[in-house]
Every structure is written in structure tokens, then in C-alpha cells.
Design a protein around this ligand. Structure first.
Ligand SMILES: *Cc1c(COP(=O)(O)O)cnc(C)c1O
Length: 505
């Protein structure tokens, strides 16, 4: 692109790799198992950041994305952003609104997209990056996306790929392993290029079945002869990380526009963290020039990252806890690998060593120089289910604002951070899910005495509507009137037959 350097991508386990972004997005993960990272981090000047205050979300996205995806033309990127971030899909012009809770706390609502969780911010645009990447790398076939899901990712991917030219998407979910509402969300999916099937088995069976298809030469050939190549919408794809950088700049721009901060003023950012993607995007924003004081990494009782930030030891030899913030129930935060790469000044040997230790022993310890850099930027804390519910209730009583369980973890950790440090820096709290998505936990927090056991999902939505005054999102409210389109269920050995049927239709 004009005036900009041509950005290349290396692997966290091989800094000699030198690929265009389209190639990195197309293949998703580096051949050595590492993750793609840009060879340098572009800088955005203070004046330019100030100028974002008068831009729309889509315009800010164009500015940020064009720094990283330099092998895409300006027109191509504009086409991606304008199709991804529409009022129709996000039910708001602002796309990611900022809600002022008090003088110091600003809630960045990332859940206005079609599936009510922040994954939409990336999965609405990835399909557009990907279809363009396929053509740009000379591929003439269409893409078939295969997804095994335990619930949320499948729906977000379906919504993202729905009716995107040049793609088809097949989602497999475990027949008895998703909630009623998740199942209904998927089986009523609209779009002419989608297929959804239950697998007679658990999530692992579905995931294993999909991995087998990806790696089977015969299946690859058959798909090719039908005019398709396989691809995935995996969460470590660079095409899912880069759109997340945008909303941190957009939230700063919004705070400037509304006079909450002056240009150049530092902010904190608090993120409820699982796979470390969302908070890593905030780190990229900071390295690009966004004025950040601290990045506050909030965990639930799967507090492996809290311990890591405190001790420099990453140790996954611990019990996996099931919590009311399930999207953060994770013991291997894949995107941390990218941070280690950057903090070690791109030491691919060191990163490979840590990752191989993690693989073999479930544990590694970072060197003291990396640890020092880590703690100069990141603060880590965690919050259990009881405190999560207390926080939802406190915020509801004090501000008449209803937050979901994941956001409440972040809120709680932020409050503890302030108690500990006395820091009064204005703080953005990333809010990752619509409270309706976790209606039962949220209701039991704000109405601890109500009996919810006999209410079905739709009665819960109505009750939360009454208590919160928040509009029920169309994507959930209208679900019960929708036609169930996909009733197929298949044996775990027969996933390929299901895909083949779909491709020949
Ligand atoms: C995925 C998810 C998270 C965790 O985000 P990471 O990028 O994996 O750290 C937090 N909250 C919700 C609601 C999510 O869906």
C-alpha cells in the first residue's frame, strides 16, 4: 500500500520465515507449529490517534488493518470492513460502544454482534480476509471451513461465513454436549452455504473427527476434485487477532471525543482472559503507540495466568475448574506464545524451548529479563464464582448496569487492583459477552432469592429483560420462532460422508 512498508510475517518458532499476510491467514498456523507475528510493529503517531476521534469504527479499522495487511489493496480492506461491521449485524452504529460507569471506569461493550459475544468482532471479518487470501495466493477453488464446536465458536463461525461467496461451512457439535439454546442457535442457522450436524459422541469425538479429515490425503483429494480446499477458522489465526487491535484504538477515540480523556493521557485496560488473544491485541495497540499504563489480566479460578505473571512459571499441572465464566476455562493460553516471542526480542529458540517444555512437562519458567518486562506492563489477578456474582450484584445495585459473568471477573480484578495500588488512571474494561448469553448465572446474581429452576430459556430472557431493562437481542429473542433446518446426526466415524454429501449438494 502507498507509503507503507510491505509487512511480512515470521513464526514464533522460526524468525527466518517471511510470508505475506494473505499466506499467513490462509495457512493459519506456521509449518513448525508456531504462530505468525508481523516482523515489526507499525507505529501510529499521537496526531493520528487524535484524528481517530472524528472517524467511524469502520474508518478506524481501515487505518489499523492497512498497517498490517499490506498485501491487501485499500479497496480489498474497505470491502472487508464494510461487510463485517454493519449496523444490521451489530444492532448499533457504534459497533463497540463505550459505557461510562463512573469517572474512572469505561466499559467497552464487545458483544453487540450476531452471537452476543466478543468473538464476533473477529469472526465477522475473518471470512472476508480468508476468501481474499485464497484468491490472492492463486487458489481457484472455493473454501470449505470445517469446525468442531463445544457451542459458541461454531455459532460465531456460522454467522461469519453465512452467505460469503466462495465459501461453505460445515459445523459439527456433540449431540449431548451443548446447551438447548446453543443447539437451537446452530440448528436454525440461516444461509445457503451452511451445514450443521450433530455427532454421536462428545466434543473430543467431533474434534478428532475433524482433525482426521484435515490430515487425510484421500479426503483432501476428493474435496479438491469437487472444487474445494479445506480451511479452518482457528482462534490462533492472525486474521482473528488483528481485528481485535482496532477496538482499543476505537475506545480511546470515543473517550477523546466525549472529553473523558485528553490526547496523550494514559489509560489502563482490563481484559477477562482465556486464550490470551484479546489482551494480546491490547498489547499490540500499546506497542503501536496507544497510551497505556497497565494491562490488567483477569482470570477466573483457572488462574494459571495470575500465577504466571506473579512467579514467571507457567504450570498447567493443576485441576481444570468448571466455572460460571466458561469461555475463560482454559489451561493453555495459546496466544501467550506470541507475547513471549515479542518480550524475548524475537528469540525463536527460546520460545520453541518453552513450548516444548510445556508439551512434555506441562511447565516452563521464563528468564528474569522476560519476567521483568512482563510485570512492567501486566498486572494479573483472579476472581472465583462467589465474588463474580457479588460483583454483578454490586454493579447492578450501584449503577443499574447489568454485566455478564466474564465481564464481572474483569470488574472484580480491577477493583482489587485499585485497592492494592491506589491507581486512579482511567480504565477501559473489556466486556466480552451480552448478559443475556449467561442469563441464568446473571439472574441468580442479581436476584439471589428468586427460584429459576422451573424457567425455560425464553422465560429466563424475559425475566432478565424485566430486571435489567436491556433489550433482548434479536438473535436470541427471535430464536423460538425460527425453523429448525438441521436435524442430521452422524456417527463419529462418518464425518467425511456428511461433508461430502454437503459438497455435492
Ligand atoms: C473467548 C472469550 C473470552 C476469552 O478471550 P481470549 O481472547 O481467549 O482471552 C472471554 N470472554 C468471553 C465471553 C469469550 O467468549
Amino acid at each position: 500500500m502507498k507509503g507503507k512498508i510491505n509487512m511480512k510475517y515470521q513464526s514464533t518458532r522460526n524468525s527466518n520465515l517471511n510470508l505475506d499476510s494473505a499466506q499467513a491467514i490462509k495457512i493459519g498456523i506456521a509449518p513448525d507449529g508456531g504462530l505468525f507475528v508481523p516482523v515489526s510493529i507499525p507505529k501510529i503517531s499521537d496526531e493520528k490517534i487524535a484524528s481517530f476521534a472524528s472517524l467511524t469504527y469502520v474508518e478506524i479499522a481501515n487505518e489499523i488493518l492497512s498497517e498490517f495487511l499490506t498485501d491487501y489493496t485499500e479497496e480489498e480492506l474497505k470491502d472487508c470492513t464494510k461487510n463485517a461491521y454493519t449496523k444490521e449485524k451489530f444492532e448499533t452504529d457504534e459497533i463497540a460502544p463505550v459505557y461510562k460507569l463512573n469517572e474512572n471506569e469505561y466499559i467497552l461493550e464487545l458483544w453487540h454482534g450476531p452471537t452476543c459475544a466478543f468473538k464476533d468482532m473477529a469472526l465477522q471479518i475473518l471470512p472476508h480476509f480468508l476468501t481474499k487470501a485464497i484468491r490472492k495466493t492463486g487458489e481457484e477453488k472455493d473454501v470449505i471451513i470445517l469446525v468442531a464446536t463445544s457451542g459458541d465458536t461454531g455459532k460465531a463461525a456460522l454467522e461469519g461465513f453465512k452467505d460469503v461467496d466462495g465459501t461453505k461451512i460445515q459445523v459439527f457439535y456433540p449431540r449431548d454436549g451443548v446447551s438447548d439454546i446453543q443447539k437451537l442457535q446452530m440448528t436454525t442457522q440461516e444461509g445457503k452455504n451452511v451445514n450443521v450436524s450433530a455427532v454421536e459422541g462428545n466434543f473430543d469425538d467431533a474434534q478428532t473427527g475433524v482433525k482426521i479429515i484435515f490430515s487425510n490425503d484421500e479426503f483432501n483429494k476428493e474435496a479438491n476434485s469437487l472444487g474445494y480446499v479445506f480451511s479452518s477458522a482457528n482462534s490462533i489465526n492472525w486474521g482473528r487477532l488483528v481485528p481485535q487491535i482496532v477496538y482499543y484504538f476505537a475506545s480511546y477515540a470515543k473517550m477523546l471525543r466525549d472529553g473523558y480523556i485528553k490526547n496523550g493521557e494514559k489509560i489502563n485496560i482490563t481484559v477477562p482472559t482465556g486464550n490470551f488473544g484479546n489482551i494480546l491485541a491490547a498489547y499490540f495497540a500499546m506497542e503501536m503507540g496507544l497510551k497505556v499504563n497497565k494491562l490488567i489480566c483477569a482470570s477466573n479460578t483457572n488462574n494459571i495466568l495470575t500465577d504466571f505473571i506473579k512467579t514467571g512459571i507457567y504450570d498447567k499441572n493443576r485441576k481444570f475448574e468448571t466455572t460460571i465464566s466458561p469461555s475463560m476455562d482454559i489451561l493453555i493460553s495459546s496466544n501467550l506464545e506470541r507475547l513471549l516471542y515479542l518480550l524475548s526480542d524475537r528469540d525463536d529458540k527460546k520460545v520453541s524451548e518453552y513450548m516444548s517444555l510445556l508439551n512434555k512437562e506441562g511447565k516452563y519458567e521464563i528468564s528474569s529479563d522476560i519476567k521483568e518486562k512482563l510485570t512492567s506492563v501486566f498486572y494479573g489477578g483472579y476472581c472465583d464464582d462467589t465474588d463474580t456474582k457479588k460483583t454483578i450484584k454490586n454493579v447492578y445495585d450501584k449503577y443499574s448496569y447489568t454485566m455478564d459473568t466474564h465481564t464481572a471477573v474483569a470488574q472484580n480484578v480491577y477493583e482489587n487492583y485499585v485497592k492494592e495500588t491506589g491507581d486512579t488512571t482511567k480504565t477501559v474494561i473489556a466486556s466480552t459477552a451480552n448478559p443475556y448469553k449467561f442469563n441464568e448465572s446473571v439472574l441468580s446474581a442479581i436476584t439471589p432469592d428468586a427460584s429459576l429452576d422451573n424457567l425455560d430459556e425464553f422465560e429466563l430472557l424475559d425475566l432478565l429483560n424485566e430486571k435489567s431493562g436491556l433489550k433482548i437481542p434479536n438473535s436470541l429473542g427471535l430464536l423460538k420462532e425460527k425453523e429448525v433446518r438441521f436435524k442430521n446426526s452422524c456417527k463419529k466415524e462418518a464425518l467425511w460422508d456428511e461433508v461430502k454429501n454437503f459438497l455435492t449438494k
